[in-house]
Design a protein around this ligand. Structure first.
Ligand code: SAH
Ligand code: SF4
Length: 331
């Protein structure tokens, strides 16, 4: 505002229009005079994303493909759960991902680039604008590894809390286990929830399916998770993908329960959502419902709450990276 020769209070007004009132054009900012709006139009624009594609599923899940200023595409999802009246948005933190988990469609894409904090926040603003609904919960579980883009992710969290008005306790960052990122997030002193994609309690299996395990081994990883839970006094979430014959064995359920015994956490089991790799193959199978329940029961033995993830939008490719890959293939 100073550069434009405008009074300082205009900045606060514009800030409120954009974040609290969620407008998409300067013309909607009715308490700014026409000359001010013209000036702003010449030097700035609101938001940086465009909707490239939108799919709405039978259960009302909305899946967005957003085009970034450089033409690249990312995914975001808006979900509602029957047991909740509030809405949850799942946002991406990177285009593609370098971690390369063997069951993940985003991993198959490879790493393209980090998103900026603005590109992350804009996913939320665009979803609210398009759906006309207010988002209460945000999970960093879209494409990318948020803790390999930690500084922009932290910046985006600050904006979401301080400007958009989302409660820190309603924000969850999910990581494949980047220890320095977990420590950085702890030191930022934002009481956000942390979810760790553990996926296997033994190093051999985990190294195979979550290759970053070789860099950040299981022992120190569980320590850093425990430290996060202790320092922030927040209960962390352990995510665990169920791949038939690979991660769903009874001894793994028992080992999982033991491994997190001393961590203030809950466990969320995610039955594998079949995705094709670059060769068009589906490498794993989802365990039967019976096997899922058996695993749950064994994982509960040290007293932790264990849930099986409620699936949303399975009819519209809502698993991480799925729609994006289909879109690229069709192009
Ligand atoms: N990169 C972060 C966050 C994004 S993925 C992470 O890995 O934690 C969000 C969750 O979905 C992770 O637990 C991830 O392992 C899981 N996931 C990815 N592909 C999946 C699939 N095909 N089926 C089930 N879960 C999957
Ligand atoms: Fe990356 Fe997460 Fe997918 Fe692994 S599961 S490849 S860390 S997005």
């Amino acid at each position: 505002m100073q550069e434009l020769g405008l009074p300082k209070f205009r900045a606060a007004q514009i800030h409120t229009w954009i974040y609290a009132k969620n407008v998409s054009s300067f013309d909607e900012m009715t308490n700014l005079g026409a000359p001010v709006r013209e000036k702003l139009k010449q030097v700035a624009r609101i938001g940086c994303l465009e909707i490239a594609h939108l799919q709405v599923s039978r259960d009302e899940t909305r899946k967005y493909l957003f085009q970034l200023p450089d033409g690249k595409i990312v995914e975001s999802v808006l979900m509602s759960f029957n047991d909740r009246t509030t809405l949850t948005a799942c946002v991406s933190s990177q285009v593609g991902c370098a971690v390369g988990c063997t069951f993940c469609a985003t991993g198959y894409l490879g790493f393209k680039r980090n998103l900026t904090a603005q590109e992350i926040v804009d996913q939320i603003m665009m979803i609210q604008r398009e759906s006309g609904k207010r988002i209460a919960n945000i999970v960093y579980m879209g494409q990318g590894e948020p803790l390999l883009n930690t500084e922009e992710v932290i910046k985006s969290i600050h904006t979401l809390i301080e400007s958009v008005g989302i409660g820190a306790r309603h924000i969850t960052v999910s990581t494949s286990g980047v220890i320095p990122g977990i420590e950085r997030l702890r030191d930022e002193d934002l009481p956000v929830c942390l979810a760790l994609s553990l996926h296997a309690p033994d190093s051999k299996t985990r190294e195979e399916i979550v290759p970053i395990t070789k860099k950040y081994p299981l022992g120190p990883l569980i320590e850093s998770l425990k430290d996060y839970a202790d320092s922030t006094r927040r209960r962390v979430t352990i995510e665990y993908v169920l791949l038939a014959g690979v991660t769903d064995r009874p001894e793994q359920a028992k080992a999982l329960a033991e491994m997190v015994r001393d961590v203030h956490c809950m466990i969320n089991l995610i039955p594998f959502n079949p995705t094709e790799n670059n060769l068009g193959e589906i490498m794993y199978e989802r365990p039967s419902r019976e096997a899922q329940l058996k695993f749950k029961q064994l994982a509960e033995r040290t007293g932790k709450t264990v849930t099986i993830r409620l699936e949303r939008g399975t009819d519209i490719d809502a698993a991480c990276g799925q729609l994006h890959n289909k879109f690229l293939k069709a192009k």
